[in-house]
Design a protein around this ligand. Sequence first.
Ligand code: HEC
Ligand code: HEC
Length: 403
Amino acid sequence: MQRIPLRNVQGRLLASVAALLLAACGGGGGGGSAPPADLAAAGQEIFRYDTFGDEARWTDTLRMHEVIEQGVSPATALAVGLKVDAEAIPPDLAAAIRAGNVDMNSPATTVALIKLDAVVGLKGEVENVNGVDRLRRVGITCALCHSTVDDSFAQGIGKRLDGWANRDLDPGAIIALSPAIDAGRKAIYRSWGKGRYDPRFNVDGISKPVVIPPAYGLAGIHKVTYTGDGDSPAYWNRYVAVVQMGGQGSFSDPRLPLSVTNGTQDLVSPKLPALEAYQLSLPPPPAPAGSFDAAAAARGKLLFAGTAQCATCHGGALFTDANSRLHPPADSMAEPENPSYASRSATKMYRTTPLRGAWQHAPYFHDGSAATLDAVAERYNQRLGLGLSAQDVADLAQYLKSL
Ligand code: HEC
Ligand code: HEC
């Protein structure tokens, strides 16, 4: 296994340089029209493989390189929802895994996979010392939470699906593995569960995680996050890269108020135009053929625009009024909650969630309190007193599944 060649390291480096050059030329801008393809391609590299220098947090502070080397086998990694990029695995290794000749219970195999850039969202620096691969540094990338795989090789191993939220990932359980965190905080992190993360806990000390949303389907939508904090993905990308991932750079927003600077260099700003272009290039996945009842969906569509009044907020081709207004907390069917997630945000409001691709990412609402689209339709029916019959609710759900 040690002789497996590193995949295309030089190509990777060149692409990053290209991203920097393109960014320096001033691409990007608001979440608007279709981004140029070359900028988006550079953004893909950043989305998948760039840590923005966050090894300072994940290695120097949290010591995750030791945790992984000492105790995280591929089996353990898959159990906490990490995914493996099958296309990064060379054919001989793939054959060995299929034949059962690779020890999936050995942390050394995880290190080998990290060396191949095959663990989605983890970026490591591996050094061969006397014939043994040692994980020297490790950081995380955007793909950790916002990519999954299609399971085409095995459960948790397949082709990357960028922009799809990784709802199997248990970020809290992963962070809680760090020896640098005390028992009280470990218990909090472990309480979050799969597919959930609190991107404000380390800022306000409140633990109330939200569901990891998809990063696709955002083209043309000028408000990002559940609470519409930013006018374009770049706003939130900067927030997460600096404040959550621990990347080197600065974030500041007087509305929160919050001002954070990590390190002395800015490894975030130059990459934001390309990173945003890539996200805006990711379309929502169409509903698979046969996954919904077309006749019921057609009836549901009429209800959506008519009796059920969904289109008053989820209007237009993007199924959201985000570009013209945000909503008071009471408009969210997940409220009242204590504390309100909106109260912790920059806007104190909620954005009407765009619905294209909704079939793909249960559970629903920012707190994940509706397990299915049927549950969503029923929640609205009861809370707003819409007077829909059971058949109407089912039809509405079929329509939501078709978007
Ligand atoms: C540890 C998990 C995690 C990582 C890593 C992460 N995110 Fe997120 N992301 C979240 C969560 C949780 C939210 C929801 C926050 C909210 O809406 O208040 C979110 C929201 C978003 C949104 C808003 C989507 C929408 O519907 O408006 C975008 C865009 C996004 N992230 C992009 C990124 C990018 C780009 C990176 C890398 C710089 C990144 N994220 C890294 C967890 C993560
Ligand atoms: C007054 C404005 C408004 C109306 C009317 C409205 N919604 Fe919503 N919708 C929202 C807001 C705001 C959210 C985000 C709530 C949250 O996550 O806390 C949302 C979230 C959703 C979600 C969850 C999406 C996700 O990915 O989590 C679905 C599905 C949905 N609405 C469907 C509907 C349907 C069906 C109707 C009609 C019965 C409807 N909405 C009526 C404003 C509205």
